[in-house]
Design a protein around this ligand. Structure first.
Ligand code: ADP
Ligand code: ASP
Ligand code: MG
Length: 450
């Protein structure tokens, strides 16, 4: 293990000069932070996605590029317009403009990745300059030279062994002498094409670099003071936890706690790297430590919620007392790269919830429905959300689930998954009731006097 920390700052932490200055102070105050991973300034990735959406004509595209340019030039002016950074910024904006001209021919996922990468390239250029106001040795580093992925544009799969050896060879020597500022979210495939890791992917980038560098800690600086008992935007009484285990945090991230990209914990778990989550707005207020070993293992730790779930029910009388039906259903889903989240079965039907990424307008691509229909009846429902209660030994103690069902009695539970993991119980509910359910569960589990 190397005695260094990787720190990641999200979009709101890069929102403007004041926010960047706060983050620079965090980095400069902690000499163990050697690698800094940043997101695009908040709102910029959304604007770049709009640019690529096909819903913009040429003037609308130009207006978006002008807005993005103005935003970054304003930050540069507040830094004091250093000449070298001004040149780099104008080069990046020029390249964004030129690349966006190709959108008049339509947008491919490959072109979208190129365009999205400018968000992080711009913010990291400016943030390294903000650090340089105090520490001249700060180095900007192109993450694409180490963040090697496959060629699936829009959700590149990081190649962990290659990332680790590139990080050891290129990044480690550099960060021993300098603070290195690099981009989250973006990578490159074996041919050198720019790729991205999927929305919110900067957390994952930072974790992969921490793994590759065998860092001691990974610090995730965001807009909340740690991992809360549930999303504080949904339940105002939610509170930050002092510590949670890797398993608990991985479940929360998987089931929708946006504070961590779903894959963030895996590199940390592989390399046993402690993860700290704190607020860049209030860095001295503490935060949450995510570790392998924690002091307590309560039955209920936190609640996560994930919107826009698709429920697919496949039914066939020929399933009765036969074998191979499930295998055939899953073969079709696997062929179309559809990942299944939850599953329940009855005598003649199987209900599955799908990863929202796999869903299209109708919830499931028609071609998949057609193939499944050759095998069985297919029903697709939308407007659902997944609520997950995360904790420990949930399946092993009398009364643990009963307490949840008491709270949930007024609501329609479309599907329940329980028993496969000690760490969660999941409910598929009506989207319109999801926030109420989260608040009711939170009141019962985390706001009662003990
Ligand atoms: P960043 O831009 O720093 O990556 P995100 O917006 O991706 O920040 O994630 C932070 C947000 O995650 C918070 O503002 C909060 O609304 C949301 N969130 C959801 N669940 C949780 C949770 N359990 N704890 C803390 N924040 C959560
Ligand atoms: N900028 C990217 C996004 O908005 C990645 C990130 O912020 O983590 O999804
Ligand atoms: Mg995020």
């Amino acid at each position: 293990m190397n005695d260094l920390n990787v720190a990641k700052f999200g979009g709101t932490s890069m929102a403007d000069f004041t926010a960047m200055k706060r983050c620079a102070n965090i980095v400069l105050a902690d000499s163990t932070i050697r690698v800094v991973v940043v997101s695009a300034s908040s709102g910029v990735t959304n604007q770049l996605i709009e640019l690529c959406s096909g819903e913009c004509d040429r003037p609308a595209r130009q207006a978006i590029i002008d807005r993005i340019s103005e935003h970054h030039r304003t930050i540069l002016a507040e830094i004091g317009n250093p000449a070298q950074a001004a040149t780099t910024l104008e080069q990046l904006l020029g390249r964004l403009n030129a690349t966006a001209q190709q959108l008049s021919e339509g947008c491919t996922l490959q072109l979208a990745d190129q365009i999205l990468s400018f968000g992080e390239l711009l913010s990291s250029t400016l943030f390294s300059e903000v650090i340089r106001l105090t520490d001249q040795n700060c180095q900007w580093f192109d993450a694409r030279t180490v963040m090697i992925t496959d060629s699936v544009h829009g959700s590149g799969e990081p190649q962990t062994a290659q990332i680790a050896s590139a990080a050891q060879a290129n990044l480690l020597p550099l960060c021993q002498q300098n603070i290195v500022v690099t981009q989250g979210f973006i990578g490159s495939d074996a041919q050198g094409n720019t790729t991205t890791l999927g929305r919110g992917g900067s957390d994952y980038s930072a974790a992969l670099l921490a793994e590759g560098l065998q860092a001691q800690n990974l610090q995730i600086w965001t807009d909340v003071e740690g991992v809360y008992t549930t999303d504080p935007r949904i339940a105002t009484n939610a509170y930050a936890m002092k510590e949670i285990s890797f398993c608990e945090a991985a479940e929360l991230a998987t089931f929708g706690a946006k504070v961590l990209h779903p894959s963030t914990l895996w590199p940390a778990i592989r390399q046993n790297i402690n993860v700290f989550v704190g607020s860049s707005h209030n860095p001295t207020n503490g935060g949450t430590w995510i570790k392998q070993q924690v002091d307590s293992a309560p039955n209920y730790r936190a609640i996560a919620v994930r919107s826009n779930q698709t429920l697919v029910t496949v039914s066939s009388l020929s399933m009765l007392h036969t074998h191979g039906f499930l295998a055939r259903v899953f073969t079709i889903l696997a062929k179309h790269k559809i990942s299944v989240d939850l599953i329940t079965t009855s005598e003649v039907s199987v209900a599955l919830t799908l990863d929202s990424v796999a869903s299209t307008n109708g919830g499931l691509a028609q071609v998949v429905i057609d193939e499944l229909s050759e095998l069985c009846e297919v029903k697709v429902e939308q407007g659902l959300a997944l609520v997950a209660v995360v904790g420990n030994k949930i399946e092993r103690q009398a009364g643990v689930s009963a307490r949840l069902f008491n709270v949930l009695s007024p609501y329609n539970l479309r599907m329940i998954c329980f028993g496969a993991s000690s760490h969660n119980i999941c409910f598929l509910v009506e989207q319109a009731e999801a926030n109420d359910i989260v608040c009711s569960l939170h009141r019962e589990l985390f706001e009662q006097e003990s």
